[in-house]
Design a protein around this ligand. Structure first.
Ligand code: ADP
Ligand code: ZN
Length: 207
């Protein structure tokens, strides 16, 4: 949990490698569908570019299929899902069906100033989804992905107008989930303003 720019993707990726579990990022999965130009991608594209949420039914179906794949049995980190109360309820049901359970819900608290700085400086690899920041996490060679050599781009939804819309959507639709998970006793709150390394240290103390 956490607004755009909170660091969810960065830390989810580090932890998925450390623990050998899959990283399921709904944003990445949706962007892959947009790139593939399939039906789901066609429906999602314009919505994502505006910074709105893709309809629950589509996202829920996509995650249900992905969680049922074999590799998820060994563990998974969800990133960007659930984002609405309806998605959280659907997740609960699908985990019951698959006899899986959540161990923790991490909530990244972050100030608006930090979010705006991180998103305006974010650059992503359209090929392998690696994330960079022009100052905080620069690639070795300017504008080029360290992992695969592809030219980095700025996401369309990282433009300032769209960022403000995404923050509004987060407050309205996703922030209410914090209470939902607080009640379940699974919630761990983190200081998302911290740089990558100190936050990793904080995360290490949770396990
Ligand atoms: P961020 O968390 O930085 O906003 P993501 O890559 O997670 O970026 O999401 C990008 C966009 O993909 C969202 O603005 C939204 O349109 C769509 N999206 C991602 N996850 C979901 C979800 N669980 N439900 C609905 N839409 C989603
Ligand atoms: Zn790459």
């Amino acid at each position: 949990m956490g607004p755009p720019g909170a660091g969810k993707g960065t830390h989810a990726k580090i932890m998925s490698e450390r623990y050998g579990v899959v990283h399921l990022a709904t944003g990445d999965l949706l962007r892959a569908n947009v790139k593939a130009g399939n039906e789901l991608g066609r429906q999602a594209k314009a919505i994502m570019e505006k910074g709105e949420l893709v309809p629950d039914v589509l996202v829920i179906q996509m995650i249900r299929e992905r969680l049922a794949e074999k590799d998820a049995k060994a563990g998974f980190i969800l990133d960007g899902f659930p984002r609405t109360v309806a998605q959280a309820e659907a997740l609960k049901k699908m985990l019951q069906d698959l006899q899986l359970k959540l161990d923790a819900v991490l909530d990244f608290k972050v100030s608006e100033k930090v979010v705006l700085d991180r998103l305006s400086g974010r650059r992503v690899c359209p090929e392998c989804n690696a994330n960079y920041h022009i100052r905080n996490i620069p690639p070795q060679k300017e504008g080029i992905c360290d992992q695969c050599g592809t030219r980095l781009i700025q996401r369309k939804d990282d433009k300032p107008e769209t960022v403000l819309e995404r923050l509004k959507v987060y407050e309205a639709k996703t922030a209410p989930l914090i209470d939902f998970y607080k009640k379940s006793g699974l919630l761990r709150t983190l200081n998302g303003d911290l740089d990558v390394e100190p936050l990793q240290a904080e995360l290490g103390q949770l396990s």
